[in-house]
Design a protein around this ligand. Structure first.
Ligand SMILES: Cc1cc2nc3c(=O)[nH]c(=O)nc-3n(C[C@H](O)[C@H](O)[C@H](O)COP(=O)(O)OP(=O)(O)OC[C@H]3O[C@@H](n4cnc5c(N)ncnc54)[C@H](O)[C@@H]3O)c2cc1C
Length: 398
């Protein structure tokens, strides 16, 4: 018999955190579809769901992952996933603020004590918004290690030049986590080295070498382009050691994948609920449309795929929480949840027929939002690349 102590599993198979689910669902009833539709009609300056973000902040949900010693609730990753899943299972969207939950993880795990004391309690109360994460660049896209934004040490400062794209919420955030090269790619032994992570104070940066321009996008995501032209930031903005920033953001990315996957599960559940309700009430040819297998089966299939993806989301979250490697599971969770969500969205869209196009039903809005899960924060193809190479041992294909 093995003398190894039995490891307790964090994997819960029942409906976990029922109190959180109930409380979040109740909060969301205050922000019906009409609220979100009205925001979509606004120019970029007025499209941010301030009241919704304030309600989540006041209830402490955005501080779920900040330890109690820094003013947060110190909950597990899975609890944060349940919060986001529940938000997305309602008419609401967590996209306007989900990064407030996980972007601080890089500061928490790799920042020094002074940085943690200075920022985390204020992020926990919502006094400071850390919702922007600048990784993607127009010229290099998914090839993150080739990013061109440069941070050069000059005395007690770094001077930043370059450009980011799709930096969501930058115009509504006080702080931004930024990935920039501190050593040119041709001077490092490994392409992941020479990249550093900075915590930029946007309140000081904007207008002093940093410019933010909104992108007119298909969904209300408050996403932007960010330009850096000789932006001078104090050397104390560096998180951890210079040149090791890529490694720091990798574990944060696994947390992000688990949480975004939970959002996709929530959105999928929204579609299944709406599709089932409508299929049970809409009568055409003198019978409920749900009596037709052509209507019923796609909903049933999407439901099964969603349930299976949910198990992977729970597994990935449990591995992350126990500090074990979870790159494969986090990627698979994100892929499977995004796919199942999209399948549920398509089924729901079909069930509603022409009415799916009518904005007042919210199906088209949720469907547009669901498309993003397949593209960001990592595209479906890049997950397949990861599984092929790192899990199956196939040759690197790119
Ligand atoms: C609404 C929105 C919000 C976003 N928010 C943020 C954010 O806050 N911060 C941030 O940093 N980024 C953000 N992103 C960026 C997002 O992460 C990227 O769009 C995504 O990672 C893909 O990068 P890209 O758009 O440059 O596509 P590209 O890298 O140009 O790829 C284009 C297509 O080619 C495929 N492809 C490329 N190379 C390969 C390969 N080797 N094998 C197979 N397929 C390949 C990709 O899968 C993709 O389908 C956001 C994007 C959107 C649309």
């Amino acid at each position: 018999m093995s003398s190894e102590p039995k490891q307790e599993s964090d994997l819960t198979l029942d409906e976990d955190y029922p109190e959180i689910r109930e409380a979040v669902a109740k909060l969301c009833t205050g922000f019906p579809g009409e609220y979100w539709r009205r925001l979509e009609g606004q120019p970029a300056s007025g499209s941010y769901p301030d009241e919704f973000v304030a309600a989540l902040t006041d209830a402490g949900y955005l501080a779920a992952l900040i330890p109690e010693k820094y003013g947060g609730s110190g909950l597990k990753l899975r609890a944060a996933g349940v919060i986001l899943e529940t938000i997305h299972a309602s008419e609401c969207s967590g996209a306007a603020c989900h990064a407030q939950m996980y972007t601080m993880g890089t500061v928490l795990r790799h920042g020094n004590e002074e940085q943690k004391r200075e920022y985390l309690p204020k992020i926990a109360t919502g006094e400071l918004r850390l919702q922007a994460f600048g990784v993607t660049e127009p010229g290099t896209g998914s090839d993150t290690t080739q990013l061109k934004t440069r941070a050069e040490k000059r005395g007690e400062h770094y001077v930043i030049n370059g450009q980011k794209v799709w930096t969501s919420r930058a115009a509504h955030s006080d702080l931004m986590l930024l990935l920039a090269r501190t050593t040119p790619a041709d001077q490092v032994s490994k392409r992941t080295l020479g990249i550093s992570t900075f915590l930029i104070d946007l309140r000081e940066a904007v207008g002093n070498g940093c410019e933010i321009r909104p992108i007119d996008a298909m969904i209300n995501h408050n996403t932007t382009e960010v330009f850096f032209d000789e932006l001078k930031v104090p050397a104390s903005s560096l998180i951890g050691e210079e040149g090791k920033g890529f490694r720091y953001i990798l574990d944060g990315m696994n947390a992000e994948r688990c949480l975004i996957a939970a959002e996709a599960i929530g959105t999928g559940r929204y579609f299944i609920r709406r599709a089932t309700e409508y299929a049970n009430e809409r009568v055409v040819f003198n019978r409920k449309i749900g009596e037709n297998q052509g209507v019923q089966f796609p909903i049933a299939k999407a439901y099964m795929h969603l349930q299976a993806a949910d198990l992977m989301v729970r597994k990935a979250s449990a591995l992350f929480e126990s500090g074990r490697p979870c790159g494969a599971e986090a990627n698979m969770a994100k892929y499977l949840a995004a796919d199942a969500c999209w399948e549920a969205g398509e089924a729901c869209f079909d069930v509603y027929g022409g009415f799916a196009f009518a904005r007042e039903y919210d199906i088209e809005r949720k469907w547009r939002e669901a498309r993003l899960f397949r593209t960001a924060p990592i595209s479906t193809n890049m997950v397949l690349n990861y599984i092929g190479q790192h899990v199956l041992g196939l040759p690197r294909s790119y």
